[in-house]
Design a protein around this ligand. Structure first.
Ligand SMILES: Nc1nc2c(ncn2[C@@H]2O[C@H](COP(=O)(O)OP(=O)(O)OP(=O)(O)O)[C@@H](O)[C@H]2O)c(=O)[nH]1
Length: 441
């Protein structure tokens, strides 16, 4: 029985060395970022706008952090003024018994330390911690400095149950997701729990409309596309009779990302069990994924080429062959300079062997070979010569195929994959997936 995983690292020669690490090709854009104390100033807070976070009851505060359990990191993103701080305050104030650290992530600034605010619980004090942020980029270190800093934070505390990483207004969450979605074999003390996007119900339409005047997608699209949970906040400001009802807005969000859980809220007062400890990137998440796949499939009936950001679900009955390899020509080019006046390129062709599944994913995710831009991808694979259902996940260029569980009796053993991105073409995706199927010859 086969039990294969495909965990991919970076491109080029380093990719073999880092084979077990999920590393982003573009995450270096984060390496200049820093994390700063979020100004939840506690009882002596000055601006008076936000209520100070209250103490939460801590049980067994003296118990050391269980080395075997990773602390979940929830990335909170959303447009300017959508309600991110309101959500963080709400979580800190809620009676959940968890000790939570809050970090504000700002992009584009250079600083060597991170500050985090930690709810210390019983005393009600919010304690500020400073964590050394090692210099280095994701190209040359297996763990990003942000991850190392978070791990340090976890190790310094006797107990820390969760980390909230709030991004600044216009951030695209993709680089953070890429950095925090680590390979389990790295045994990190922190683990990406989920990405939550807070959306302002009153202004969503306006924020998405920026697209009309621009060739690129506004951050509002990306923040929804990468979300595991979308909190549709400020619903008190949307009237039932207006041009955009809440149902319309939900449909709009669902069209962009139909695998996200959408929660309506006023002042981000949401059921915490729906937003914390979701473990959206675990292969064990597959049960939930399957029901989402079924729902989203009904939305992807259109076979036409669509240039907007949207969700598309494909199905293929033929089993995927993880062992299938193909030879691809590889052209070595040698510049010959002895003909000084003309100079010419000498090419010699060689062949390299590649796994077909890897090539299929890398053509789509890395090379954008078919002109598609895929942001997120989730699915189940039916693999030949295996009794196990495999899961496929991708965030931008990083992807993973892992065996998840045995197929249930009577379950349809077919490939079902959801893509979120733009310029998605259903026919091309299905045809190219078929190339990974077991050869019948
Ligand atoms: N009416 C209404 N106002 C809200 C709601 N949620 C938040 N607000 C208000 O909206 C404003 C912005 O909320 P914040 O939580 O600061 O938003 P943010 O996303 O952190 O803002 P930035 O940090 O500037 O990006 C504040 O004045 C909140 O009190 C809501 O559901 N309804």
């Amino acid at each position: 029985m086969k039990d294969e995983s495909i965990n991919i690292g970076s491109l080029g020669a380093e990719s073999e060395k880092l084979n077990n690490s999920k590393l982003s090709l573009n995450s270096t854009s984060l390496s200049g970022g820093f994390c700063e104390l979020k100004h939840f100033s506690g009882p002596d807070m000055e601006d008076g706008e936000e209520e100070p976070p209250l103490a939460v009851e801590i049980c067994d505060a003296d118990q050391p952090q269980d080395g075997g359990v990773s602390v979940g990191v929830t990335v909170i993103t959303g447009y300017l003024g959508a309600g991110k701080s309101t959500l963080v305050n709400y979580i800190l104030n809620a009676q959940h018994g968890k000790r939570i650290a809050v970090i504000l992530n700002e992009f584009g600034e250079e600083i060597g330390v991170e500050r985090a605010m930690i709810n210390e619980g019983e005393g009600g004090a919010l304690v500020e911690e400073w964590v050394e942020l090692a210099n280095g980029c994701v190209c040359c270190t297996v763990k990003h400095s942000l991850v190392q800093a978070l791990e340090q934070l976890v190790q310094m505390k006797r107990r820390l149950d969760h980390i909230l990483l709030e991004t600044t207004g216009l951030a695209n969450p993709a680089p953070l997701a890429s950095v925090l979605w680590l390979d389990e074999q790295l045994e990190s003390a922190v683990k990406l729990d989920s990405i939550i996007t807070v959306v302002d119900a009153k202004n969503l339409r306006l924020q998405l409309q920026g697209r009309r005047d621009s060739s690129s997608f506004p951050e509002a699209f990306l923040q929804i596309a990468f979300a595991d949970v979308v909190i549709l906040n400020k619903v008190d400001m949307v009237s039932a009779e207006g041009s955009d009802t809440l149902e319309d807005l939900e449909k709009e969000i669902y069209k962009i990302n139909s695998i996200a859980d959408i929660i309506r809220s006023v002042r981000c007062q949401v059921d915490l069990s729906r937003i914390l400890d979701r473990w959206a990137y675990d292969s064990g998440y597959v049960t939930h994924l399957e029901s989402l796949l079924q729902e989203s499939q009904s939305l992807s009936a259109s076979k036409t080429h669509d240039s907007s950001v949207r969700t598309l679900c494909i199905m293929e009955t033929r089993k995927v062959d993880l062992d299938k390899v193909i030879m691809r020509p590889f052209i070595f080019q040698v510049k010959c300079s002895f003909v000084i006046s003309f100079g010419f390129i000498k090419s010699s062709m060689s062949f390299l062997i590649f796994s077909q599944v890897r090539l299929w994913l890398e053509d789509i995710l890395w090379d954008k070979k078919y002109g598609m831009e895929v942001y997120r991808c989730k699915g189940v694979l039916s693999v030949s010569n295996s009794d196990l259902l495999h899961t496929l996940q991708a965030v931008k260029e990083i992807y993973e195929v892992v065996p998840a569980r045995e197929w249930k009796e009577g379950e349809d053993q077919i490939n079902k994959i959801v893509f979120i991105g733009h310029n998605l073409n259903e026919e091309v995706l299905i045809d190219s997936l078929r190339s990974c199927a077991l050869s019948t010859s």
